[in-house]
Structures are given as C-alpha cells and as structure tokens.
Design a protein around this ligand. Structure first.
Ligand SMILES: Cc1cc2nc3c(=O)[nH]c(=O)nc-3n(C[C@H](O)[C@H](O)[C@H](O)COP(=O)(O)O)c2cc1C
Length: 261
C-alpha cells in the first residue's frame, strides 16, 4: 500500500449539509488512509490582541516552540499533505480559517525569515489542496484560494497548491448535484493524469540516466583509443565536479525546504 504520511484536513465548513465538505470527503477517499481533521467550528480561537502577540513573540524569541500555544502550528508544519475545505464566503472564506492562519503563522515553526528578510517555508508538506464551493460564478481575482495559495507558497514553502471547486451552486436553476459530480469527475481525472505523469517520470529518469552513462562510457573508450589516458582523466573529472555541485545544491535546497530540518 502507498503511504501518504500524515494527511491533515482543515475543515472550515460551517453547515451540517456542507457541499464543500462533501467534495472534500470525496477527494480524501482516494487516499484510503486515516485523516487528521481540524474542525475549525470546534475550536475557540483566542483573540489575537496585544497580549497574545507579546506572549507569542516572547516565546518565539526564547525559542520555546514546544509551548501548547503552538500546537496547531506544529501540527500543520509536520503534515505530509494538507487539504483545506472552505466554502466561498464574502469573496473569501469563513473567518475561522483566518483565525486558524493567525495561529499557525509562527516564526521558527511554519516559516522563518532569511538574512534578506524573505520568508522561508518550514512545512513538510509539498502539496496543499484547497477545496471550495461557491454560490455564484467565482470572480477572477479570488481572495479565497488566491490568498491561501500566496500564503502557502511564499510563507509555508508548499510548492504545489491546487484548487478543487464546484461553482455556481446557488444560481437560479442550477443543478447542484450535476455541478458537484462534474467537479468530482474533473478532480479525479486531473489526479489520474498527475499520477500517470509521475509514474512516467519515475520510469523515464533511470532509463535516461543509463542512456547518458552508456554514451559517456563509449565516448571515454573512443577518446582513450584515439588520444590516450590524459583526456580521459579530464573527461572523468567533469562529471565528478558536476556531481559534487549537485550534492551541494541538493543539501542547500533541503536546508531551505521545510520538514528537512
Ligand atoms: C455568509 C455567506 C457568504 C457568502 N458569500 C458568497 C460570495 O461572496 N460569493 C458567492 O459566490 N457565494 C457566496 N456564498 C454562497 C456559498 O459560497 C455557497 O452556498 C457555498 O456552496 C456554501 O458552501 P457549503 O455548502 O459548504 O456551506 C455565501 C454564503 C454564505 C453563507
């Protein structure tokens, strides 16, 4: 069985009969694995007032990041996959989701600033899926998904942020079930294509490596026969330098990427 690690569902749905939650449940079925759910309706968030901010800043400065105050931030940072289910409300999402973001944006846990003051993500997840439904057709500049995408990419360092949505559910004459089914079908077919592309990449990469290596070996032998050992040694040094540069690059990347702390 394929292991997906910790799948975190941030549930910002409010209504009992939430269509957004239905979409999210459908999406999560594909993993066939337990999901850790944070139901925002069940959390009574503290007010982010001045006392709250000073306490948080003090704890961060003293590097006391294991304080219970940061539980949600630590949980978010350590998730392997993140799914946010939030209905489209007043051009964005319910306020509880913003309160949740206020709790999890913690320096040293979900992000940090580098020497130039640019945020660097510290979250393990490489993928965030934002699931929403709207009453009307969505406006092009979307403060819901658009905002979450910007936050996830620039602060949390999550490389892939995707949207699954069913739009126009409250329009007069809208066939709600058909729109939801269409959205589920589209999400599934996109997912299938992604999986196919990933598999192709996985099989193609080692084949390409072997082909390049064989060409390189043939080149070495040809040069050896035509010009002797010295140019061959030079030819061998070039990939070695390339390999060292590659390892340094990967190590540097890992340091900037969340979850590899
Ligand atoms: C408080 C509130 C604000 C809403 N604001 C918008 C809006 O700005 N644009 C829109 O298209 N639909 C809006 N809607 C409609 C919802 O997006 C739509 O009904 C959605 O499917 C609700 O999701 P749910 O079934 O998961 O609760 C709003 C609904 C509520 C209750």
């Amino acid at each position: 069985m394929r292991g997906y690690g910790m799948i975190l569902l941030i549930n910002a749905c409010v209504r009992q009969e939430s269509r957004t939650k239905r979409l999210a449940d459908h999406y999560l079925q594909r993993f066939n694995e337990p999901v850790t759910e944070v139901d925002l309706q069940k959390i009574s968030f503290p007010l982010a007032d001045e006392d709250f901010l000073s306490r948080r800043d003090r704890l961060c400065e003293e590097w006391r990041l294991d304080d219970p105050m940061f539980f949600l931030a630590r949980q978010f940072a350590s998730a392997d996959r993140i799914v946010i289910a939030a209905p489209y409300w007043n051009l964005s999402f319910p306020a509880a989701l913003q309160q949740y973001f206020e709790q999890i944006c913690v320096r040293g846990i979900t992000f940090m600033y580098n020497a130039e003051g640019i945020p660097q993500g510290l979250c393990r997840a490489q993928e965030l899926v934002y699931i929403t439904t709207t009453g009307r057709d969505p406006v092009p500049w979307d403060y819901g998904y658009g905002y979450v995408k910007a936050l996830a990419e620039s602060y949390f360092g999550i490389r892939e942020v995707r949207l699954i949505q069913a739009a126009g559910l409250d329009m007069i004459g809208a066939d709600t079930e058909a729109i939801l089914a269409e959205s589920i079908w589209q999400a599934s077919s996109e997912e299938r294509q992604r999986t196919k592309r990933e598999q192709q990449k996985k099989t193609l990469t080692p084949v390409l490596v072997v082909i390049v290596f064989v060409i390189y070996l043939i080149g070495c032998v040809a040069v050896l026969m035509l010009a002797g050992w010295s140019p061959v040694l030079l030819m061998m040094a070039i990939p070695l330098v390339g390999m060292i540069a590659g390892i340094i690059y990967v190590l540097k990347e890992r340091r900037a990427v969340p979850g590899s702390r």
